[in-house]
Unconditional design. Structure first.
Length: 252
């Protein structure tokens, strides 16, 4: 058998395996098919299925660092495809270099094997991450959050804490994600009011026009879900060469 025929056969086996998984009961998915452990995908971290109906294999764990923290409630939910994990690490370092002492606070990614995650419709296939906003107190000092805080259209905390949405750092983190072509970012879910604040800040401060346009296309307030006024929800696209097992999804 030629190398090309063998490659085609392997992809066909994988596609057949995924079709079987898609029909299985989501609460009792079968063990990974042998087709996922041989051939062209055998050494890859795999995002299988869709964000709202999938799982993952050979995931990478996001770990805390001096410039990245994980919410306590999310410690066991910090697994994702390496492309997403590395993007979060790179962007956290970049903001910390530009704004000394900044810490990117990250919430839920996915479970190690993926699958349904309590509190979410998505976050099942290792391509989603929740990220808390950068904030300041009433005196302008940077505050590292230990929970999500919702903000209104004026950038004021809705809980009466006096915290302020940091337009500059929040715009810069989105800009960093937009620049990061290695990750294949698909969406940044956030409320319409905060989207407007961020784009207005970018225009007012003369940020790169192409990146502004890119950010505008990334920002989405998700359908049939919370408005995301207390955190960013980022999602990457299906990784390269995983078309046989990975499915893109609607904007939710």
């Amino acid at each position: 058998m030629s190398l090309r025929c063998a490659h085609t056969l392997a992809l066909a086996l994988i596609a057949a395996s995924f079709a079987t998984l898609a029909m299985a009961d989501a609460a009792a998915q079968p063990a990974p098919s042998a087709a996922l452990d041989r051939g062209p995908l055998a050494r890859m971290s795999l995002s299988i299925g869709a964000p709202n109906a999938g799982r993952q294999l050979r995931a990478k764990r996001l770990r805390p660092s001096p410039h990245l923290a994980i919410l306590d409630k999310s410690r066991g939910r910090s697994f994702a495809h390496p492309a997403l994990v590395l993007m979060l690490q790179r962007s956290a370092r970049q903001i910390a270099r530009s704004y000394h002492g900044s810490v990117l606070v990250v919430g839920d990614l996915s479970l190690e094997a993926g699958g349904p995650l309590s509190g979410h419709h998505s976050h099942q296939s290792g391509r989603d991450a929740d990220v808390a906003f950068y904030v300041r107190d009433a005196r302008g000092r940077s505050v590292k959050l230990t929970r999500y805080v919702a903000f209104d259209a004026n950038g004021k905390a809705k809980d009466g804490s006096g915290l302020v949405f940091d337009d500059e750092r929040n715009y810069r983190i989105v800009e960093a994600w937009a620049r990061d072509h290695r990750a294949g970012l698909a969406y940044v879910f956030v409320s319409r009011e905060l989207k407007a604040r961020l784009l207005a800040w970018g225009r007012r401060h003369g940020r790169d026009r192409a990146l502004l346009e890119r950010a505008a296309t990334l920002f989405v307030q998700p359908d049939h879900a919370e408005p995301h006024d207390d955190h960013f929800h980022v999602r990457i696209r299906c990784p390269e060469r995983q078309e046989a097992v990975c499915l893109e999804s609607a904007r939710s």
